[in-house]
Ligand binder design. Sequence first.
Ligand code: AFP
Length: 293
Amino acid sequence: MTKNIKEHLEGIDKELASLILKIGDISNTISNELPYRRGKADTKNVFGELQLVIDKWADQFLIDELKKSNLVKTLASEEQPDLVKLNDDGIFNVTVDPLDGSSNIESNNLVGTIIGIYKKDLPTQGKNQIAAMYILFGPVTTLIYTAQNGVHEFLQTKKGFVLREENIKLPEPGKLYSVGGLRKDWLPSFNKYVEELEMEGFKLRYGGSFVGDFNQILHYGGIFAYPALNTKPNGKLRLLFESNPMSFIIEQAGGASTNGNGSILEVEPENIDQRVPTYVGNKNLIEKLEKML
Ligand code: AFP
């Protein structure tokens, strides 16, 4: 019989299970609102990026709903300049990228929500996450989570989220590469690395949303990178909101992450809006990359 997410979460801490379920419900609502909340808002976020109506709405909806849950003490959101205090007696501290890849909204390509869950105060190293998850709004909405118990995937159906795959491991050998940034801005050593992958028969697949591009690496194996660039030494991705949760998931799936020097999960954040060169994928590919960089 197909397990639903509630049954699957029975094995983990009760409050953490409630939080994961709550975030699943919130994300469903966000996904359902996508056809209706269209267009640009006249504001920019802390990173200077133009916000969409749905970016702002999803952010506020997450904040309001997580506040009502009483489970969350502090929230850090990609759309907010500062930490948001929710409940003094909340148990968890949560990072959110409410709508990752929102520049894909116009073309109706993949977007999603990325979440990191901590007990330690924010900002802190990614290795202090106790759970991480993302919800991918694709042809089917899927929820992927780890609570340090392996990586598990659920499909959104008429019966809610039902288990699709338990204990996902990155397929070996990986055969895809997915890399952001302009090629002319890549460091020469990184360019050489990608040329070698291409010579080995690796195929390029890049869609422009971390959730979507990461999800295909998780299922087919390979490497995703938003690398250090000549123009932007820290690349584009945000350590707290994007790179840490995905690094936590990839390492749980038997893969690895690096900022070029070591695991992203070891990076000590100085600010909540810090960026980090991000490389995640099969272990052998990350090891080779670290040597070449
Ligand atoms: P947006 O939310 O502005 O679309 O940015 C998405 C993102 O942070 C991440 O999801 C992608 O991997 C990356 O940016 C794509 O960046 P490029 O547009 O430079 O390819």
